[in-house]
Structures are given as structure tokens and as C-alpha cells.
Design a protein around this ligand. Structure first.
Ligand code: CMC
Length: 431
């Protein structure tokens, strides 16, 4: 626990309450209200957690005003240029960049866990062919608890690590299987001679009837997508994983909970929603209509791929993603298809429009990732599963950090109750 570096005073009527304050290594000071209820008989109220730090963490830092994202202190731009996904996984999980021997050992361990239990193939076949791959993933990842009994004891650090390695290794296999199942093609086994992102693309796009070689530009772009999505501090799905884990639930169940939360269109589901919106707009001349709808307070429509709770300047992931988008589109010979035209024009208008400027609504990571994944040949339904497999390492690192903290206790928010105060039961014949 960090040491108190000051005191804040809260005045409640004629009572003054002293609240300890902490100074983080980066970011705003924090007022500790943990004992407020015991001291003053009041709760605090912060729906959406806009001002509440729910935990102490040393993994990821975001400065929303500067547009900065650091994994264990390293800026995302440097990692995207110089590192690779498995090295980033090691960094997030263990806190430091690995030396050569540590990296080789980690790669060996992940690579040797990529296959799923053969019986899981049967489990997949229970889903309807037209199931959304996210629905399949929520079910299959949750079901891992039924297949890997030897890594369920959360009090054993070794079992925690095995569960972490298993999930990092198997999520691409599970996501690729969900994809293959949805398109009616045979499952492709992982190939341990391939690098992590390359192996994922191979499992998605190869078929037994033909040879398939992954283009290195595409595997590099996929590896970058994975790095950029690997962690994002206490967002909705990560907080879900922490809350689920705080009860002592097993790691596979917690990650399944995170996947379920990520699916929503305000979070990871935005990449699918964004591309579908671009297609719905269809042509550049229809953009003003959609911009007008986004501004209309009586219309629930929002421009997907724009805005962020924390970034109020720009999303640094989007800047890197845009570079990758250019490379992939060039490689695929996509220069001016209608979706891309709409995307470019929408980006231009939104960046110049007073509404978007004043509300600090910039294109976020999901605006560009969908364009790249579409160009690679993925259907929109696979966009969020790719986000999920990339974020798994972040979820598991945050879960591991929480479980390893001896002061951790079950997450249990309070409420502002606005229901009936008291009423006596009335038998049905008297109602
Ligand atoms: N289009 C139009 N208006 C918007 C948008 C948008 N995309 N986003 C926010 N606003 C407006 C909103 O109507 C509100 O206006 P007012 O103050 O007049 O009521 C104001 O901006 C603030 O919005 P908010 O909902 O209070 O902001 P938030 O921090 O709760 O929401 C957000 C953040 C990401 C959920 C939201 O910007 C959004 O729904 N964006 C579209 C979905 C999206 O792209 N999500 C992906 C986020 S990045 C990947 C990830 O982390 O999962």
C-alpha cells in the first residue's frame, strides 16, 4: 500500500473529516474515502466511476490530456515500433522487459500451450453455425475451467502462471476456431514453427486443400494490433475481470466475464459497429446526414470509432494504427473503395467540426482497426474477438496483480437507494 502524503478535509455540516491522500508516480493525487462510511455514515456517489480509482496498479498508465499510453513505463509508440506482442505480454505479466534467455523460455512455454484439449472441438460443435464468434468465445473460454483443472487454484502462484500462459497461448486458437466454425471450414491446428500473430492468421485463413503462406506485412500489422490492444488500465472489461476475480472465481471464468463485457458497442464492440456504420453511410454525400444525427440530442446514434472516456486530445493507439492501415491497404491494393472514402471524409469532417472539437471527440483505435481487419479479409464479426484475444494478456496481468495483493478484498460497491422505503405485503386477492 502506498504511504499517505497528505490529508484532505471534507466538511459535512459542522463535522470535519480528515481523509488520507496518496501521490501516485504519475497522474492526479488520490483521496482515500475507504473509511468515510465508518467515520461519517455517508457514501460517495460516482456512477460510471469518472472520478474513482478502484485499485492500486503498476501495469499501465494513460494520460488522457497528453494522449499518452505507457505499458510498465514504456510508451506505446516505442513498443509498437521496436517490440513484438509476446515481448509485450512478458512485460505486462512480469513487470520488465525480458533478457534473451527469459524471452526464449517464455516463447517456448506459450508455443507449447497453443493446442486446445481435443474434446473442446466437440464443445464447439454444440453452437449454431451462425453464432457470433464472441458468443462462442464467452462460452468456450468459460468452459476452459472444465478442461484445465490443474490450473484453477488461485492461491498457488504456479497454477496462476500456468493459467496465464494457457490463456495467452490458446485464445488465438479459440478465436480462429470460432471463425472457422462460423464459416463452415475445418478447424486448423496451431503450427508452432510460426510466430504468434502469423500462427493466428494461418489458423484463420489456411485450408487443408491449399498451401497458404502468411504475408509478413499482414503478420506485422496483426502483431501491432495485438500490442496496441494488450492493456488499457481500468476500463470496463478489465474492471469486470477484477470484480469477478475479487470473489475468488477461477481465472478462466474471470476472463470469460471480461470477454462478455468487451462485446458491448461502447467498448470493444465498437470496431464492428464502426465498420458497419461506414458501410451503412455508404457514400460520401450521405455523411452530413449522419453527422447531423450524431449531434442531435434526441437521436441515440453516435459516430462509432469516435470519442473516449480518458483520451481528450488524441488516442495514441489510433495514430499508430493509422500507419498500419496505410501499409495494409497499399499491400492489398485498396486505394479508394467506397468504405475507405467514407472513412477518410468522415475523419476529415469530424476533426474540423465544432461539435466534435468542443467535445474532444477524436477517432479512436477502433476507427482504424476495423479498416485494417476488413482489408485483411476478416468479417466484421471477427473484429471484437481479435480485440479480446489481444486484451487477454492485460486482463490476466491485472487479475494476477490483484490476487497477489495481500490487502485485496471482494469488490462490493454501495448504492444510492431510490426505491420504496417500506411496504407490507398485500395478498393477491386484495391488490
Ligand atoms: N458521437 C457523437 N457524440 C458523442 C460521441 C460520439 N461517438 N461520443 C461522445 N459524444 C458526446 C455525448 O453525446 C456527450 O454529449 P453531451 O455532453 O452534449 O451530452 C459528450 O460527447 C460526452 O459523452 P459521454 O457519453 O458522457 O462520454 P463517455 O466518456 O461516457 O463515453 C465513449 C466514451 C467511448 C463510450 C463514447 O465516446 C462513445 O460512445 N463512442 C462511440 C463508441 C466507441 O467508439 N467506443 C470505443 C472506445 S475506444 C476502444 C475501447 O476502449 O473499447
Amino acid at each position: 500500500m502506498v504511504k499517505s502524503t497528505g490529508t484532505a478535509q471534507l466538511k459535512l455540516g459542522d463535522k470535519t473529516i480528515d481523509l488520507p491522500m496518496y501521490t501516485p508516480t504519475l497522474g492526479p493525487d488520490v483521496v482515500d474515502i475507504g473509511k468515510l462510511y465508518a467515520q461519517a455514515d455517508v457514501f460517495t456517489y460516482d456512477p460510471g466511476f469518472t472520478s474513482t480509482a478502484a485499485c492500486e496498479s503498476a501495469i499501465t498508465y494513460i494520460d488522457g490530456d497528453k494522449g499518452e499510453l505507457l505499458y510498465r513505463g514504456y510508451p506505446i509508440e516505442q513498443l509498437a515500433d521496436e517490440s513484438h506482442f509476446l515481448e509485450v505480454c512478458y512485460l505486462l505479466l512480469f513487470g520488465n522487459l525480458p533478457n534473451k534467455a527469459e524471452m526464449e523460455d517464455f516463447e517456448f512455454r506459450v508455443t507449447n500451450h497453443t493446442m486446445v484439449h481435443e474434446q473442446m472441438h466437440q464443445f464447439f460443435r454444440g453452437f449454431r453455425r451462425d453464432s457470433h464468434p464472441m458468443a462462442t468465445m464467452v462460452g468456450v473460454v468459460g468452459a476452459m475451467s472444465a478442461f484445465y483443472h490443474d490450473s484453477l487454484d488461485i492461491n498457488d502462484p504456479w497454477q496462476r502462471e500456468v493459467a496465464a500462459i494457457r490463456m495467452i497461448a490458446k485464445l488465438p486458437t479459440i478465436a480462429a476456431m470460432a471463425f472457422k466454425y462460423s464459416v463452415g471450414q475445418p478447424f486448423v491446428y496451431p503450427k508452432n514453427s510460426l510466430a504468434y500473430a502469423e500462427n493466428f492468421l494461418h489458423m484463420c485463413f489456411s485450408v487443408p486443400a491449399a498451401d497458404y503462406k502468411v504475408n509478413p506485412i499482414l503478420s506485422k500489422a496483426m502483431d501491432r494490433i495485438m500490442m496496441l490492444h494488450a492493456d488499457h488500465e481500468q476500463n470496463a472489461s478489465t474492471s469486470t475481470v477484477r470484480l469477478a476475480g475479487s470473489s475468488g472465481a477461477n481465472p478462466f471464468a474471470c476472463i470469460a466475464a471480461g470477454i462478455a463485457c468487451l462485446w458491448g458497442p461502447a467498448h470493444g464492440g465498437a470496431n464492428q459497429a464502426c465498420l458497419e456504420m461506414l458501410r451503412e453511410i455508404g457514400t460520401v454525400d450521405r455523411i452530413p446526414e449522419f453527422i447531423a444525427r450524431a449531434k442531435d440530442k434526441n437521436d441515440p446514434f453516435r459516430l462509432m470509432g469516435f470519442g473516449h472516456r480518458v483520451y481528450k486530445n488524441f488516442d495514441p493507439r489510433a495514430t499508430v494504427m493509422k500507419e498500419s492501415a496505410d501499409e495494409v491497404l497499399e499491400l492489398m491494393g485498396i486505394h479508394n473503395n467506397p468504405t475507405l472514402q467514407v472513412a477518410k471524409e468522415l475523419e476529415r469532417i469530424a476533426l474540423e467540426d465544432e461539435y466534435f472539437i468542443s467535445k474532444k471527440l477524436y477517432p479512436n483505435v477502433d476507427f482504424y482497426s476495423g479498416i485494417i481487419l476488413d482489408a485483411m479479409g476478416f468479417p466484421t464479426s471477427m473484429f471484437t474477438p481479435i480485440f479480446a484475444l489481444s486484451r487477454t494478456v492485460g486482463w490476466i496481468s491485472q487479475w494476477k496483480e490483484m490476487i497477489g495483493d495481500p490487502t485485496q478484498k471482494i469488490g462490493r460497491p454501495r448504492q444510492l437507494y431510490v426505491g420504496e422505503s417500506y411496504r407490507d405485503y398485500v395478498p393477491v386477492e386484495k391488490r
